[in-house]
Design a protein around this ligand. Structure first.
Ligand code: ADP
Ligand code: MG
Ligand code: ZN
Length: 493
């Protein structure tokens, strides 16, 4: 069955669990630093190493960030709730339990609206809760970096205890064939909302935002099917692919009369399909109980109200405003959003470029380059200030389009700011009229027959001579100026 055939027969239900690592300066239950990339096991203490007798204290900034996320997702904020112990053994978790929340989450019952192909869909939010991250295990000595075949495993506890917020959607039925795209749009919207709050850098490639994708299929009129939970979904594109491939895999099994088992699956970046992981634990396996070492969290309603009042402009509202300012269509704004270019373009304009100029570089040359390198646009190697500087050089007539692209290539390659690259590579539009006139006269002298045609009024023939001049000036002349000069020298106007 093709994907479209499957969707005429089965109805998908999806649900997303998204983890966001908060950007607090210190960990959730101790004062250890959270700097990324520090030497292994240098940001640890008795509390996050779970040494006997060490007692946790909650980080107010982590609670505040969680409440702000909840408010931005239209949730109710609990007036009183507790942390819970989620018990399980894993070597990267020093306490043998994770401090999390279970039946008393900080935020509940919200929603996010996302727009796909001009239609708005409301994704219900079941809960937003606070927990802590685990450490990291590194398996070495094997070929694959996995535990199988490794000769030893190393553990780094720097990440253990960094606050994590988990955002869980309600099951979303009724999306039909658009389920994969809507799942992706939801994660993109969530990322933009969290980023606008400034509480996390929400980088999927670096793991500060991670997504588990639940998918099930049912026949129309029947109960929802058994879900699988796909882990390791580390990019927006993968969210879409993971839902799609699970729909296809499950449909084949169901069509064969088979059953779907509730299990954890792993997304394979290379093939785009999912592989079985462990069979899924149920809540009872974790022996949840209220954390006795921490006091309950009882946010003052006045504090919550002030957090609500100070929420930033919603990304969707901001996009509508910018779309107006930039004078572009909804479709164009959608591509800018999908490319993750909204802030970059905004900052480029703030640095002095025109909206059209800023958009042109980010959505053109730089988007292409980011795609080639398989990195986010923000990581492509050019800053908004550099792009604005480049556009100013074009506006001042110092660079033409072709040269500007070469300069940008140098900027992306780390050769410095546009002005540095221009100087180092000797890229500048030849504006020196003397030099240009000589190049034009040389071209006329070298091509007497073409020159004669132009003198006789066949102006269309000028292209060949303009081309010749552009060649001798190595593309560094302004083609329009060359053409004008050429016609002037030939006495045609
Ligand atoms: P667990 O921790 O066991 O994964 P959670 O409650 O954290 O359970 O998350 C379950 C996710 O799966 C939620 O997003 C929920 O909406 C979703 N879900 C529940 N039932 C289904 C279903 N039948 N099909 C698809 N998704 C589902
Ligand atoms: Mg889960
Ligand atoms: Zn610590």
């Amino acid at each position: 069955m093709t994907y479209d055939e499957i969707l005429t027969k089965y109805e998908p239900v999806i649900g997303l669990e998204t983890h966001v690592e908060l950007g607090t300066r210190t960990k959730m239950f101790c004062g250890c630093k959270t700097d990324f990339g520090a030497e292994p096991n240098t940001q640890v203490c008795p509390v996050c190493l779970a040494l006997p007798g060490a007692l946790p204290v909650a980080n107010r900034a982590g609670i505040e960030a969680t409440i702000r996320i909840g408010l931005a997702l239209n949730c109710d904020i609990a007036e009183w709730c507790r942390m819970a112990r989620k018990n399980y053994f894993y070597p990267d978790m020093p306490k043998n339990f994770q401090t999390s929340q279970y039946d008393e989450p900080l935020c509940t019952d919200g929603y996010v609206d996302v727009t796909v192909n001009g239609t708005e869909y409301r994704i219900g939010i079941e809960r937003v809760h606070l927990e802590e991250d685990t450490g990291k295990t590194l398996h070495v000595g094997g070929a694959t970096g996995r535990i199988h075949g490794a000769t030893e495993s190393l553990v780094d506890y720097n990440r253990a205890g960094i606050p994590l917020v988990e955002i869980v959607t309600k099951p979303v039925p009724g999306l039909g064939a658009l389920a994969p795209e809507i799942a992706k749009a939801y994660v993109a919207e969530l990322r933009d909302i969290v980023r606008s709050l400034g509480v996390s850098d929400v980088r999927m490639e670096q793991g500060s935002m991670r997504c588990d994708v639940n998918t099930s299929l049912n026949l129309p009129g029947e109960e929802w099917g058994t879900r699988t939970e796909t882990k390791n979904v580390n990019s927006l594109r993968s969210v879409e692919r993971a839902v799609r491939s699970e729909i296809i895999r499950q449909a084949a099994i169901l069509d064969d009369g088979g059953k779907i088992f509730q299990e954890t699956r792993h997304f394979q970046e290379t093939t785009g399909d999912t592989r079985p992981g462990r069979s899924k634990e149920t809540a009872t396996d974790y022996r949840y109980f209220p954390e006795p070492d921490l006091v309950p969290i009882a946010p003052d309603p006045a504090w919550v109200a002030s957090l609500r009042e100070s929420l930033p402009e919603k990304p969707s509202v901001k996009r509508a405003r910018l779309r107006e300012d930039w004078g572009i269509s909804e479709v164009d704004m959608q591509s800018v959003t999908n490319a993750g270019a909204v802030e970059l373009i905004e900052e480029t304009i703030a640095a002095g470029a025109s909206p059209a100029g800023a958009r042109k570089w980010w959505m053109g040359e730089l988007a292409r380059r980011a795609n080639e390198l398989d990195v986010d646009l923000a990581e492509v190697g050019a800053t908004p200030a550099q792009v604005a500087a480049l556009q100013k050089l074009v506006d001042a007539g110092k660079l033409n389009d072709k040269l500007a692209r070469q300069v940008l290539e140098g900027v992306v390659a780390g050769e410095g700011d546009p002005a540095d690259v221009m100087a180092a590579r000797g890229l500048e539009v030849v504006n020196d009229t003397g030099a240009l006139t000589k190049a034009v006269d040389d071209a006329i002298a070298a091509n007497p027959e073409i020159a004669a045609k132009i003198r006789d009024g066949k102006v269309a023939a000028a292209g060949a001579l303009v081309g010749a001049v552009m060649k001798t000036t190595r593309g560094q002349a302004d083609a329009k100026a060359v053409r004008e000069l050429l016609l002037e020298r030939l006495g045609v106007s």
